[in-house]
Design a protein around this ligand. Structure first.
Ligand SMILES: [Zn+2]
Length: 419
């Protein structure tokens, strides 16, 4: 009798839970124009059903319950949350007076984390639901920002994180005197052999990294074995390796060593670009416009020269079919502009290189997701994908600048902005 009563109890409980799961309120988005990131085209009049942070279904003729919460975006352009694969959220340097090394003595890791939290919120608010924080963040300041977001103390994008930058002796500093030899330890790990590189990779992962960033070619450059050591060690932990490198033999070693991406690659020639295409190496071009170069203190002539180099390299990389992911790399906000507005100045270079808007959007969504290794769960608006969804009021295929005004942001099913 006792057993019968228990069975009855479980039967009733199971039925109640089943009923709750059926009638639980889903969020339904009426999407006037929905970006199919895999084809680069917009589909008309779609319905997205969101449940438990994920996309339950997408289609043109979906039925939904009248108890569901309906968001009418019939007049908007709906995209997967945008991604920026090269940001430094904790950094901001004075306009035309950079002084990075000096900042190590005046800005603490706590101060940097607070700035990073502020910028993270800005990015999320502008539709960037995923970012790759690529290093230069003091003593692992971003690790704490990530924890704060996870704890619900702060709002920000999903952050892929590189930890400290691994580089040949001296990091990216120049001219530090011997008494201050370890000043750069604040943001870099010296690693000059494959064993040192492996240890540096493990250290970063221990402190929260899930991508690995090397710098090659600033003070010295890594050979193929060095890059391979980083890639092998990172892969053991399911992480990918990105390398800051401009071109030449340093870049060739990065490609042949099996890194997932070249960051910057400003001086990549056609031979290196075709090697990247062959090996499937991503280019995160961080394609500064004139204004972004000028912010570093260059005169107008030099800034224009650099902008032209970038536009030419972008054009060639696109024509040759090199995989690209969007990345901005801004560490100096332009006067009167916030970080996101400064980041998006680089769209000028993409436009000048005549790259189609649909392709630019793909570099910010599905291509970026592929580089981050999450293309099966992020970067597209499809069934079972994470519900990172944004909306804008103008057609971005007509002018990519439309993405500068995001009117709706949903991250993992939660609405964070609705204008
Ligand atoms: Zn950078």
């Amino acid at each position: 009798m006792k057993l019968k009563a228990m069975k009855y109890f479980f039967f009733i409980t199971a039925n109640i839970l089943f009923a709750i799961s059926i009638y639980a309120q889903n969020t339904v988005i009426k999407a006037g124009h929905l970006f199919d990131s895999k084809t680069g085209k917009f589909l008309s009049n779609q319905i997205i059903v969101v449940k438990d942070g994920k996309i339950l279904d997408v289609g043109s003729n979906l039925k939904y319950a009248n108890t569901d919460k309906v968001i009418d975006l019939s007049n908007s352009w709906i995209l997967p949350g945008l991604m920026d694969c090269h940001v430094h959220i904790t950094s901001n340097f004075p306009f035309r007076n950079v002084g990075i090394s000096q900042s190590y003595t005046t800005e603490s890791s706590a101060f940097r984390a607070l700035r990073g939290g502020y910028v993270a919120k800005q990015l999320l608010n502008a539709g960037f639901t995923t970012i790759k924080e690529i290093g230069n963040d003091a003593n692992y300041a971003s690790a704490d920002i990530i924890k704060a977001i996870k704890n619900g103390w702060a709002e920000g994008p999903d952050i892929f994180y590189a930890g400290k930058i691994i580089a040949p002796y001296g990091g990216q500093t120049k001219g530090i005197n011997i008494e201050n030899e370890h000043l750069w330890d604040f943001e870099f790990i010296d690693a000059d052999t494959p064993d040192e590189i492996k240890k540096a990779v493990r250290k970063n992962i221990y402190y929260g990294a899930n991508v690995i960033k090397l710098v090659s070619g600033d003070n010295a450059y890594y050979n193929i074995e060095d890059i391979k050591a980083a890639v092998d060690e990172a892969n053991k932990f399911g992480c990918k390796v990105s390398v800051h490198v401009m071109g030449g033999d340093a870049a060739k070693n990065v490609i042949l060593g099996g890194a997932a991406a070249i960051e910057h690659g400003i001086n990549l020639n056609d031979e290196l670009l075709s090697l990247m295409k062959e090996k499937g190496t991503f280019l995160v071009g961080t394609d500064f416009s004139f204004d972004n170069w000028y912010a570093y203190g260059m005169d107008s002539l030099k800034a224009k020269f650099m902008e032209n180099i970038i536009i030419d390299r972008l054009k060639r990389a696109y024509k040759m079919g090199v995989k690209m992911a969007f990345g901005t790399d801004i560490i100096i906000d332009l006067p009167g502009l916030n970080r996101v507005q400064t980041n998006l100045k680089i769209l000028q270079s993409w436009k000048a290189a005549e790259i189609p808007s649909s392709y630019i959007l793909q570099t910010m969504t599905i291509f970026a997701a592929e580089l981050l290794g999450v293309e099966k769960s992020k970067g597209a608006l499809e069934k079972s994908y994470t519900a990172d969804i944004i909306a804008i009021n103008k057609n971005p295929l007509e002018d990519i600048d439309a993405i500068k005004n995001v009117s709706f942001v949903m991250k993992q099913g939660k609405i964070l902005k609705q204008e």
